[in-house]
Design a protein around this ligand. Sequence first.
Ligand SMILES: O=C(O)CCC(=O)C(=O)O
Length: 480
Amino acid sequence: MKGRPRPGKNGTSSSKPGKRTRLAPKDPRLRTGYRGFCPLTSQQGELLGGGGLVERRPFEELDPASFFEQFVLERRPLVIRTGGAPAALEALFGLRGEAARWASPGHEGTAAMCLGPAGKCQVEVERRARTSQFFGQQDAGTREITTLGHFCKEIDQGNELAYLTTQALPEDARGCPKALAPPHVQSLLDGAETLRPKLVSGLAPVQYNLWFGRSQEGSSSGLHHDFHDNIYVLLRGRKEFRLFSPRCLDILRPVGVARGRAKLHPNGLITYIPGVRSDGAPVSLARAWSGEKKGAPNCSDEEEAELDQLLTDAMDAGVDDGHGPNESKESPLPDSFCHVSTCKEGRAPIPSSLRGRHLTAELTVGDLLYLPASWFHEVISYGGDAGGHLALNLWMAPPRMGSSIDKPYEDGFWDGLYCSLEKAWRRQPQAADQNAPRQDDASRRPKSSRRPRGKARTLWTHRKQLPPRKRSARVRQRRP
Ligand SMILES: O=C(O)CCC(=O)C(=O)O
């Protein structure tokens, strides 16, 4: 981004890291719940400095047990160095040779993406009017549909105004995802020996995403948090992640805080609807799953209607708690996005108590970033050459605080879901043959059939979904 603050030697821009300041918590409930690592604050809420760079380790020096103990359980980010994009894809997924050609640098990479079956897959892309605008700010419903092949050509030709990111995945009638990745990502990962990297051991993958764009000056995707642990692999270009721990929730105040009911779980997960466990599983779904497993009956219709109503009320409440002049229940941003930014342009600066105190992860090709669930991040992507910038990431259900590598979750819900989706992936025809529009199954159900149980879909599907009232925007169709 032109004119954005450059990180100093320790990754800070305007911070006074030595200074100890007492934070005035606006809402202590939104800070004290978190039990994980925070480089910035003590448990008592004192600012300790902040800034600096995320720890880096070579991949060969990590084993799953120490990674789990020192980083996953501690909720501590880590940059892991591999020898480059091919080494990273091989280390994580056992993807090698021809199967990994699409991650090659420059034009060779985009050509391989276009030529393969992935090139024919439909994708939804976000577009902006000017290079100074952020990505990640639009309603998912205003994206444009094209094919990956066509998008590769746009990138090759120098388009810096479009970004391919997360895609909405199909869901079953209960709101459970029916796929681990959209067709183009499945196709690119065709040939992977495993979809669950050894390094993450028992953590259950929930969604794989591709991040593909082009920018000479650096483009920001907006300060936000997600709902999963993240393993992020940089394959082309360069990226800077600016991070704040979930303990900064009441200062950064993402949109969902004003809409009411934000909850900070001990492992850092931030949720905006009731009835969600700290591993992200909606209690109603986990209950139904355990009932099915034991052969016991599911919730009664009455119980189901009650749960559904509770969740609908929570999402429609939109209660403005009166904090901050920019906060509005009418904000076009999703719950997990902030109105403020670490970049000079485009948005209001973050509150002065946190300004310049972010932790920085600088990624070059072949670097992996482990980011625990709901750590706030603003990602600035660089890649002005043919091939642009390209990354692949894997979202996983966050572990329970105090759990163990053998049993990161309280039950087998996530593992069961992952295993069935992984089986479905392996059984599937080539991605090119599944080019049917990815319409949510729920929208094709007859009117009389049951509504999805709960609205927890916002947690594990598309990070840019808006509350139901606002989901009316048309999807503009662009001819591939
Ligand atoms: O690469 C980006 O632009 C954003 C990545 C991101 O937000 C994520 O991996 O959750």
